[in-house]
Design a protein around this ligand. Structure first.
Ligand code: NDP
Ligand code: PMR
Length: 392
């Protein structure tokens, strides 16, 4: 996709001469300097965010800049959180919940720029509280481009949420990412794996008191639950399909190496990968960096776009089924608050945890299935994934 990849803070009013060429905005330093002078804040944050702020239409704090009270006492600066797939469902609800606190500037990392802009506006997110940046997780080049754009924007990174996902329950044949990997695993796992690995450096550099990297998991990837036992069950086997490249034609498009493709299983498998990756990140980096790594099951958000490819009857019956029969239903707004908690609640700093919520909506550390907590499998997954995303 063309470089609308550009950084577009929602409040950015693009000068007439740059209309249609947002990249130019990024490069125009003259435009910057003027505004930098007007800023009363310490220029701790690199220039672009200052520039973006300078043309903001609302008087908000520079993303990531430290703030001062009237007595000039230094207070906690606004945190910067990147949320993938913030154009709908859980990602959008969490973006809104975090932005509304005023404590967070949300970078909405989305594949459909205009959809994200409409979604943020429609959700009533205040101008200046978010920035939209292009990210297509189905392309490793796009992931690298996103990281590059984010860094050029000059904001610090205090939290990363790997939230985007696709679910192809009715697909009987695989589709493939730009790099040739089966799409569900390519987007949900490999794209996020590369993103998390690259942005780890940025999180490491942040001076924010609690830095967090959150990856969405799910109950359906955990076979120690009733929901995880509804066929097709998740299962990575010995990862032979993944090791073979997940390309379908000369091997399998399924991680466990199955000959036939099953879109529902591919999604559930990708969620095991997400939960294993979080734990492997924790084992490798928590002690050294102090970063909190976490995963969660936000509840069954039966109304989101995740089920867009399911048959109409399923989409009609699934919400009432979850509301009245399983009672596992949670609204998008409530799930957004849950995810926001994992990003910012001062009491949720424990690393390596898979969070869930009980009926009173209190969070608790949940137990992962044996497979989703197998350290040997996590290591193997890590090593194969590293090769596929070009890091090893
Ligand atoms: P949605 O479909 O509403 O949101 C998914 C988001 O991912 C959308 O913004 C979508 O973008 C984005 N996305 C899809 N493909 C790509 C891509 N290639 N590059 C970048 N972004 C992409 O689903 P949910 O909100 O329900 O799902 C969010 C997370 O929650 C997922 O990780 C899911 O596994 C998890 N989850 C959901 C549950 C539920 O019950 N819904 C239960 C447990 C976990 P676009 O808007 O352009 O389509
Ligand atoms: Mg499931 C306690 C019961 C429970 C919970 C919490 C969920 C969550 N589901 C439960 C039970 C059942 N489901 C039962 C008894 C059935 C058989 C009727 C059932 C069926 C079912 C289907 C067909 N459920 C589903 C599907 C999907 O296509 C969803 C899916 O697997 O998406 C990957 C789904 C889900 N059920 C859930 C949750 C949270 C989902 C969506 C999932 C996710 O993102 O992991």
């Amino acid at each position: 996709m063309a470089l609308q990849a550009a950084v577009l803070p929602c409040t950015l009013s693009v000068p007439q001469k740059h209309k249609g060429n947002l990249a130019a905005v990024v490069k125009d330093t003259a435009f910057l300097t003027v505004h930098q002078k007007q800023s009363t804040q310490k220029p701790r944050v690199p220039s672009l965010s200052v520039r973006a702020q300078a043309v903001a239409t609302a008087p908000v704090a520079t993303p990531g800049a430290s703030t001062s009270t009237s007595a000039n006492k230094k207070t906690l600066r606004q945190g910067v959180v990147v949320i993938t797939g913030a154009s709908s469902g859980l990602g959008l609800a969490a973006a809104k919940a975090l932005a509304e606190t005023g404590k967070w500037h949300v970078v909405m990392a989305c594949r459909d720029f205009l959809k994200a802009a409409k979604a943020a506006k429609g959700a009533g997110m205040a101008e200046g509280s978010y920035t939209i940046m292009h990210l297509d997780l189905a392309s490793l080049d796009s992931v690298r481009q996103f990281v590059d754009n984010f860094r050029r924007a000059g904001m610090p990174l205090d939290a990363l949420v790997c939230n985007a996902a696709i679910y192809r329950p009715t697909a009987r044949t695989p589709t493939f990412s730009a790099d040739g990997y089966e799409m569900s695993v390519g987007v949900n796992h490999l794209g996020h794996f590369l993103l998390a690995r690259l942005l780890l450096d940025d999180l490491r550099k942040s001076d924010y008191p609690s830095r967090r990297l959150v990856i969405l998991g799910s109950i359906t990837g955990n076979t120690n639950t009733l929901a995880g036992n509804i066929p097709p069950k998740a299962g990575l086997g010995d990862l032979r399909g993944l090791a073979g490249g997940l390309r379908g034609q000369n091997g399998s498009a399924m991680i466990d190496g199955s000959e036939s493709f099953d879109g529902a299983k591919a999604y559930k498998d990708s969620k095991i990968c997400n939960m294993l990756t979080m734990q492997e990140l924790h084992r490798r980096y928590h002690e050294e960096t102090g970063i909190t790594f976490a995963s969660l099951y936000p509840g069954c958000i039966a109304t989101t776009g995740l089920f867009r490819e399911h048959i109409p009857l399923f989409r009609l019956l699934f919400p009432p089924f979850q509301k009245f029969i399983t009672k596992g239903f949670v609204s998008e707004a409530e799930s957004g608050k849950r995810l926001a908690q994992v990003v910012s609640d001062p009491s949720l700093t424990k690393s390596g945890v898979y969070w869930s919520w009980n009926k009173d909506s209190a969070s608790f550390e949940n137990q992962l299935s044996q497979e989703a907590s197998d350290p040997e499998k996590a290591r193997k997954l890590w090593e194969i994934s590293e090769k596929f995303v070009g890091l090893a």
